[in-house]
Design a protein around this ligand. Sequence first.
Ligand code: FAD
Length: 397
Amino acid sequence: MIKCDSTIIGAGPYGLSAAAHLRTIKGLEVRVFGEPMSFWSGNMPAGMFLRSNWTATQIASPNDELTLEAFQAERKKSFGIPVPIEQFIQYGLWFQSRAVPDLDHRRICRVESGPNGFRVTVEDGEVFDSRRVVVAAGIGQFARRPAEFQSLPPALVTHTSEHSDLASFRGKEVLVVGSGQSSLESAALLHEAGAKVQVVGRSRQIHWLQGWASTTLHHRMGMTVRKLLYAPTDVGPAGISQLLARPHLVKRLPRGLQDKLRKRATRPAGARWLVDRLRNVPITLGCTVLSAVPDGDRARVSLSDGREITVDHVLLGTGFQIDISKYDFLSAELIQQISRVNGFPKLNRDLETSVPGLHILGAPGVYCFGPLLQFVSGTRFASGSLLKALMNTRASG
Ligand SMILES: Cc1cc2nc3c(=O)[nH]c(=O)nc-3n(C[C@H](O)[C@H](O)[C@H](O)COP(=O)(O)OP(=O)(O)OC[C@H]3O[C@@H](n4cnc5c(N)ncnc54)[C@H](O)[C@@H]3O)c2cc1C
């Protein structure tokens, strides 16, 4: 039986960054699995722009060697903010080719307790033992699908994360549900692709980012004040941004305050560049979907404002709900052993679960460390913490 020290499951920003960091530990054998940047290329729409700013779009690497600037210089690419998704995917693939050239693209289909830590099974049947497992498998399995849409067949309702190309809806009538960035950007792309699109959202108002007030404030503030109020991680509003950039501090705050900060920092909001693009898209706010049923090959949707509309397709921009028991590769026995709260794992300061040697990076870490962990800019904290933990273990072992 092959043995290795650490196995990383996932080759998105968190898995790649963690791999780049752990590979700096001499003699540590690290195996890394996953399709590189697959969530970005397969589950987000072509033509999308990243909402995070330039510094927050950097995947953390040791000594900051693998930056967006280094990528641009090496590949002779020129782009600025907002960063187009196509460029970010290329950046991620370049990062992988530099940091993890031996990435194993196969899926891990099972992780269970084993005699030497964990027994890991790869999709083609290979089995090996690993002393440590780092899960960086993202949010792809956590798409939220509200019960109101249960009676619609998959042909009539999909989640935004099921699409990488919205052009296939050209000429169709589409209802987009939700008023956050993902719904609004999908609506803009659908409209531009020639679909007849409308949006309904539960919230009473769309929070546009970088609005008049904050832009004016930014210009007047000057660099020094701006740096004081906003951390480079770009998560959360003025002041709060600095706090959220310190996840170990966030972890020590009272639970109620942590929840409030998380809610405030990740409330549904749209990027300003969408305002003009949505000018001709009807948006109904303060409105919920009461029911949705098939009507021939269309969907009939009843809304809380009394309307009943019939559309070719319903697109759910209803976000994601973390529940690590939905990671289908974790054995039922392991899931049982992981202390959880509402689907989130309880993690210690090394991002380790209650099962020794099993770490979880990325969005599932939000409950313990705050919203930074659901963005690319959280890779610096996550990889740094993991690296420190493993170096300490080796030093003491
Ligand atoms: C529409 C949308 C827009 C976003 N925009 C931004 C933005 O502008 N800025 C930002 O910072 N964040 C943004 N995010 C959040 C973004 O998803 C995360 O920042 C980022 O993807 C987290 O990286 P990750 O490595 O945790 O997960 P992912 O990028 O999802 O990577 C998961 C990896 O795990 C692999 N994997 C999964 N299961 C297995 C398995 N069983 N075996 C092997 N490999 C497996 C996948 O193949 C993939 O390589 C956005 C999210 C959405 C949905």
